[in-house]
Each structure stands twice: as structure tokens, then as C-alpha cells.
Write a new protein. Structure first.
Length: 465
């Protein structure tokens, strides 16, 4: 990112606006809870609550078990310092200040003006990168003659066998394994005893890929390929979990929906946790590229990065069949992400235009088929998304989700921006929040929650054989 001409407007919104628009107090999560509370364990405690929600433990299915595990997770409320809760301040500080422990968490003594100046200074430089975090990089060859990189962090030295399992992380649009959020997620999962593998989408690892086709919202081929490799290379496949944010969240959810029950049966995937899931980009696109600050700060910066990558790849492979599908002049003249998607993503991947692309790749179309316990955490004030749309009917704790036994815990916080979740005011029971920021910690706690109940999933799967 660069220092935007209207950044002082952001500073005014972030420091002054919340004083008049937000009440000082505890944060809230939007979670619909029926009166009954399900236990995530089998036995007397689960049986005592099952009658009120219609569970028949004698004919329990794998999805039913996943439903109860998702249901039983209690997400902590996000409670940012009110004067630093503005969605743009949250979004941008999440990119530039996540490595600062005094920005991850706030107290009554936090100097808000100092933080504002710190953010302005950071935006003038480069986003936080953490190239020294990962232990090992793998180059994964793909069946179509391309490759992608996976960066690994081990729970202990040299793949300590005491690891509880493997968490595969997928980053967002034009991000990478070295972004501050990717690393923070890696730290959160490692702290709770897991090995971590961050999949860099093609061309995002710092090394150009071999083709103009790279990745998109619904490109699940590489994740499935990597899942197959992990399962085929290990003498005993560890429990696998998948995590992701923004575009990566869409890919994770779409993958799980496409795989259905085979996610567990064939790939040993026990659960997933994502943040900033876009759900429906046909709705969202007009918000991320909305005239004003959104277009200037988000659309323009992402678009510039996308155009630079695409034009550079065309220069590298000008005579390729893929290059013949593209118009360099049209790409260079695009001013909106949606126009870029029509000019580049659509022809390369066989979509009619950006709308056809969204309709065929939106994760909302695949949620019904997810079978493993899954957490989705979004913020109601995310400036990238339609604020009036949050599909609670897919949540395990909504009446419709309960009826359909949806294994998805959906949490919508009041604040947080797009993947920010900064300046959280910790409660007395949150002493475990020190080394990682709020949202990565919550995702990691959900994965641990599923891991601790893995035997229930295994028994349910065995009963169905």
C-alpha cells in the first residue's frame, strides 16, 4: 500500500467518529442460539439435551456429530477499544500493525493518537512481512505443468511427532505466506500444538509461475492436489484441518462443499476455520470498489497489484496460447476489480464475465454440502462486503441450520473491518491471548475444540461403514 491522499480523513473517522457513534462497553458477536444447548461429547450429558433438539443418538450420522461439535463452540466476543473500532482503521492496522503487541491488544492506557500516528508512519512504508517465520519451503508440481509453493512451520524441531495434526492455511487475494496475518495464524496454530502448512497460490510466493492461469475465488485444484499429496506421502496421515482468510476462505469453503463426506473419508480433514468469507461477490463487488475511500484504498491498491502481475506474466509468455486470450491494452485501462476479472479471469478460466465468475465460484453455493465442523468468522462492518447480507440460515445455531444439522458455526462480530480484529480489550479469562491477535486466536481455539472431540467423528464415521 501507499500513503493515500485521503488518509487524514480515515484518521478523523477512526479517532473522532467512534466517540460519537459507539458506546463504550463490551463487544458483541451475532450468534443465534436456541434455548437448548448441545454437548459435543457422546454419553449422558449429550443424551440429556438431545431430546429438545431432535437428536437420535441411536442413528447418529457423521454430519450430526459435526453439527454438535460446531454448536458447542463458544466464540469469545471481540471488544475493540471503541475509539479505534472504525472499520477502515481496523482493516489497515491489521495489515501494518499486527506484529505490534500494543496494537493487537489495547488497555485503558492505550494512547489513541500515538497509534494513529504509528499507523500513518507504517502506511508510508511497507506492510509487515515475516520471511523468517517458516521452517521449510516445498515446491509442489501440478498436473497441468505448473507449480506452487507451500511454506511449513513445525510444532517442534524436525517435524516433532508430538504434533497434534496439520493445519493448512490459504491466504487472501495478492497476499502470501509472509503476510502478517498468514504468520499470525501460523503462530496461533503452532502454539496450540499443530504443524502448519501455508499454501501460496500460484505466483504469490515471490516466484512467477509457469502459466498465465494462476488462481481465483473458486480455484480448488491446488488445495485438493496438496491434500492428496499429504495423504499419500505420510505412513500415517495426521488429522488435517484447513484454514483461510478472504479469498482463501472462499476456496476453503468451496473445497469442503465439493468434497462433502469425502473430505473426512478420503482426505482425513477433521474441520476448518476461516475468516472474512465473502459468501456472495455479486453482492460485494459494488462495496469494495465503491467511490470514495473504498475505491481509493482497496480497489485501486488490489487492482494495481493484479494488473502488474498479469502484464508481467504476459511479457514473460507473449506467444503462449493463454496470452492470445488477453488484451494488454484493455487490462492496462481497467479501473475496477470487476473489469479486471472480466478481462483476465473470465477468458483464462472459461467464464463469460465477472458476474458468471462470481455465480459459479461463490462459496455460498457450496455451504450446504459441508460435512465437517467449520467456523466462519466475519465482521458486520467489513468494508469489502454487503453489510446487509450474512446467511445465518447456514449456521448450526439458527433455526434453519439446526433443522438441517448444518455443521457450521457462524460468528458475526460487530466490529473488526476486513480481517483486522485489532486493539481488542482482553477479559480476565483471556490470558492466553498474548502472542497472536484476536481473530487468529479464535480460529485456533476452534481447531483445538474440534481436535479434542475427534474421537466422536471417528466413531461416527466407523458406524457408517
Amino acid at each position: 500500500m501507499v500513503l493515500f491522499p485521503t488518509f487524514l480523513f480515515l484518521l478523523l473517522l477512526a479517532v473522532v467518529g467512534p466517540v460519537f457513534s459507539f458506546n463504550v462497553g463490551t463487544g458483541t458477536n451475532q450468534i443465534f442460539r436456541p434455548t437448548a444447548r448441545l454437548s459435543a461429547t457422546t454419553g449422558a450429558d449429550a443424551r440429556s439435551t438431545s431430546t429438545s433438539v431432535g437428536i437420535n443418538l441411536e442413528t447418529e450420522t457423521f454430519r450430526e456429530t459435526s453439527f454438535r461439535i460446531a454448536w458447542s463452540f463458544d466464540a469469545r466476543p471481540f471488544n475493540p477499544l471503541p475509539v479505534l473500532s472504525n472499520c477502515h482503521f481496523q482493516t489497515i492496522s491489521g495489515v501494518f500493525l499486527r506484529n505490534d503487541p500494543d496494537s493487537r491488544y489495547a488497555t485503558s492506557e492505550t494512547n489513541i493518537f500515538q497509534k494513529a500516528i504509528q499507523l500513518i508512519s507504517s502506511v508510508m512504508g511497507e506492510a509487515d512481512i515475516n520471511g523468517e517465520f517458516w521452517d521449510e519451503r516445498q515446491r509442489i508440481a501440478t498436473p497441468d505443468g505448473d507449480f506452487f509453493h507451500v511454506d511449513n512451520k513445525y510444532h517442534g524441531d524436525d517435524g516433532d511427532p508430538s504434533s497434534k495434526g496439520l493445519v493448512i492455511v490459504l491466504h487472501g487475494l495478492q497476499s502470501s505466506s509472509n503476510s502478517s496475518l498468514s504468520v499470525d495464524l501460523g503462530k496461533a496454530y503452532r502454539k496450540l500444538g499443530f504443524d502448519v502448512a501455508c499454501v501460496n497460490f500460484r505466483g504469490c510466493s515471490g516466484v512467477p509461475n509457469n502459466k498465465l492461469r494462476a488462481y481465483h475465488l473458486g480455484f480448488t485444484d491446488d488445495l485438493k492436489h496438496y491434500l492428496s499429496l499429504v495423504n499419500n506421502s505420510a505412513q500415517k496421515t495426521p488429522p488435517i484441518f484447513i484454514s483461510g482468510f478472504s479469498l482463501g476462505a472462499n476456496v476453503v469453503l468451496k473445497t469442503l462443499g465439493e468434497l462433502g463426506s469425502s473430505a473426512f473419508e478420503d482426505y482425513n480433514v477433521y474441520g476448518a476455520a476461516v475468516a472474512g468469507a465473502p459468501f456472495d461477490n455479486e453482492r460485494n463487488v459494488n462495496f469494495v470498489q465503491k467511490d470514495g475511500f473504498n475505491k481509493l484504498a482497496y480497489n485501486n491498491n488490489l487492482l494495481n497489484s493484479l494488473k502488474k502481475t498479469a502484464l508481467s506474466q504476459i511479457e514473460r509468455m507473449p506467444d503462449s496460447d493463454e496470452a492470445k486470450l488477453l488484451d494488454k491494452g484493455r487490462i492496462a485501462q481497467t479501473t475496477l476489480i470487476s473489469a479486471f476479472e472480466t478481462a483476465v479471469i473470465a477468458p483464462l478460466f472459461g467464464f463469460e464475465d465477472n458476474v458468471d465468475y462470481y455465480r459459479k465460484t461463490n462459496c455460498i453455493n457450496f455451504l450446504d454440502e459441508i460435512q465437517v465442523p467449520t467456523l466462519i468468522m466475519n465482521a458486520a462492518d467489513d468494508p469489502f462486503f454487503d453489510p446487509d447480507y450474512f446467511p445465518t440460515e447456514f449456521s448450526c445455531s439458527s433455526p434453519e441450520g439446526e433443522r438441517k444439522r448444518m455443521p457450521i458455526s457462524m460468528v458475526r462480530t460487530e466490529h473488526g473491518g476486513h480481517l483486522g480484529y485489532m486493539f481488542h480489550q482482553r477479559g480476565n479469562d483471556e490470558s492466553d491471548m498474548e502472542d497472536t491477535s484476536f481473530m487468529p486466536t479464535q480460529l485456533a481455539l476452534f481447531i483445538r475444540h474440534v481436535f479434542e472431540r475427534r474421537s466422536s467423528l471417528e466413531k461416527a464415521a466407523a458406524a457408517m461403514d
